[in-house]
Design a protein around this ligand. Structure first.
Ligand SMILES: *[C@@H]1O[C@H](CO)[C@@H](O)[C@H](O)[C@H]1NC(C)=O
Ligand SMILES: *[C@@H]1O[C@H](CO)[C@@H](O)[C@H](O)[C@H]1NC(C)=O
Length: 512
């Protein structure tokens, strides 16, 4: 059933006896999940979006909220700043890992970026999030698709399992302040030619981390729970405080990206897990709630943002590291001020595009923008962002602010250079008032592996109530190669010279 209001659905899920897959209909791929007492944490990958590696929190495994990002700034090189003709599309953070050491009261995030394994830490479970960069793991190369284990039952040793054919285990030491160094590394399993990505390592009955290891399948190519979304894969397993086990994987749900699904697990007498399947031997759409709790989370369905806080909410990520001198939050009444940060004709080269994940299956994102301080040649508006993008916004020419829809903004798949900066597909009225509302409505119902082009529709409003569609709908790509799904975004760039600005007064996202 479709919820009428986003917050109502969050409340009803919290008190429900069952949960429904996908547990989050948003692009949160390469997940790593673990528990500290009654709290579950979920880390995922973000490529060249900044901040990176979001941390989600849950008390029941089914309802989640964003609480932090492990990588506040992409500290992997200047190409992550989208400046000086450099770009890092599809590079950056992919399958990485997050764990907590109770002995040290320290969270560790680590992930392989451009051949090195970077580390960020946060000290203090109950302290306000404050991540610190710890360089790279000394003596280590790339921990490809890493899975970390902190053995706090023993003396707090840190192990990492990684690889995609040759699976290795590395042992790391912490010098006391969070700097990690590799002290041992060996191959523990070799799959031959078969790819076995996304290693995770758990200490369940105290076997040696060095093996020997035997392979069996937990699930393999079982159907469901959504059509046209591939098979649930990668992810991890986690237990509840009362000893129930769950496997969380993700589906290739393009055009929306990769979205998590959850299922209970059972253990055989000889110590092997299997996933509880539904009546059709597939991954279930619904299962009993893993945990009964009165502790609620904000949920991830609806968003109403007026940019009134001291910092951006955790739902936001910039396209590459932003230019901090060109954006601010207005502490006097709210609003996100975006000064133009680049002179370019190419949105993919323009710094400071701010993005938000799309909630599925169908939703709309609406930005209310004050455009009165745009300068001649500036372009600003709401973008449906990916490597094949489109937008609705203002093209300012002289004193005239025309509403336009631009489509066909494209990157070359695999190279991620710009092949097209887009064409004006429709022109609406000129705006004389200071504010305009831009809306993108996107259907991200999975269509992976099909030729179905899900549609996104652009509209604008001059009063915030009546919206007028403009231009052709955009047919979204289902390709996986950009890895990240479509996002709602807001942008402002100059084609002539810097100096103009817009103020984003609000953003709302709701299911439709
Ligand atoms: C988990 O709960 C136990 C029992 O209440 C407590 O002693 C321990 O400190 C908690 N662990 C963490 C990491 O908070
Ligand atoms: C939650 O409470 C319901 C109703 O009392 C019960 O049937 C169910 O088994 C409980 N679930 C868990 C995970 O404890």
């Amino acid at each position: 059933m479709k919820p009428l209001l986003p917050f109502l659905s969050t409340l009803s899920l919290t008190s429900a006896a069952t949960f429904t897959n996908p547990i989050i209909w948003q692009d949160h791929p390469d997940l790593d999940v673990f528990r500290i007492n009654d709290t579950f944490y979920y880390s995922s990958s973000t490529f060249a979006y900044s901040p990176g590696a979001p941390v989600l929190r849950s008390y029941d495994l089914a309802n989640w909220e964003p609480v932090s990002h492990s990588v506040p700034t992409l500290n992997f090189g200047s190409q992550y700043n989208l400046a000086n003709n450099q770009r890092a599309y599809v590079k950056g953070i992919w399958a990485s890992t997050l764990r907590y050491s109770s002995r040290r009261d320290r969270f560790y995030w680590l992930g392989c970026v451009d051949g090195k394994t970077y580390v960020w830490i946060h000290n203090g479970l109950n302290k306000e999030w404050n991540w610190q960069a710890k360089g790279t793991v000394q003596g280590a190369g790339c921990y490809y698709d890493a899975g970390m284990l902190v053995d706090d039952e023993s003396s707090g040793e840190i192990f990492v399992a990684y690889g995609n054919k040759e699976i290795r285990v590395a042992q790391l030491t912490d010098d006391g302040s969070g700097n990690l160094k590799e002290t041992r590394n060996q191959v523990v399993y070799n799959s031959g030619s078969e790819t076995v990505e996304g290693a995770r390592m758990y200490k369940i009955k105290g076997h040696s981390p060095w093996g020997s290891y035997t392979k069996r399948s937990l699930v393999e190519k079982i159907s469901g729970p959504l059509a046209n979304a591939g098979f649930a894969h990668q992810g991890g397993v986690v237990d509840t405080q009362d000893g129930r086990w769950y496997y969380m994987g993700f589906l290739d749900a393009y055009p929306g990206g990769r979205i998590p699904v959850l299922a209970p697990m059972t253990w055989s007498g000889d110590g092997w897990p299997s996933v509880v399947v539904d009546g059709n031997r597939g991954w279930g759409r619904e299962y009993p709630m893993p945990v009964n709790t009165t502790r609620a989370v904000k949920g991830m369905l609806g968003v109403v943002e007026e940019f009134k806080g001291a910092k951006l909410g955790e739902g936001w990520e910039w396209n590459h590291n932003p230019d901090g001198g060109k954006w601010s939050l207005d502490s006097n009444g709210g609003g996100l001020v975006l000064k133009t940060a680049a002179v370019t004709g190419d949105l993919f080269a323009a710094r400071n595009t701010l993005t938000h994940r799309i909630v599925g299956p169908k939703s709309r994102g609406t930005f209310r923008i004050d455009v009165s301080k745009m300068a001649d040649g500036d372009r600003a508006g709401a973008v449906l962002f990916r490597d094949q993008a489109g937008y609705i916004g203002i093209h300012k020419s002289g004193n005239t602010a025309s509403i336009v829809v631009v489509n066909g903004l494209n990157l070359v798949e695999g190279q991620w250079t710009t092949s097209s900066t887009g064409k004006v597909a429709a022109t609406g009225p000129s705006v004389t008032a200071s504010e305009v509302w831009f809306r993108v409505q996107a259907d991200i119902t999975p269509a992976f592996g099909t030729n179905i082009g899900r549609q996104a529709v652009f509209s604008y409003s001059l009063d915030g109530k009546t919206f007028t569609n403009l231009g052709p709908a955009l047919s979204m790509t289902n390709s996986w190669r950009y890895f990240t799904g479509y996002r709602y975004g807001v942008f402002n760039f100059a084609t002539k010279s810097l100096g103009g600005e817009v103020k984003v007064k609000s953003f709302s996202m709701e299911l439709v």
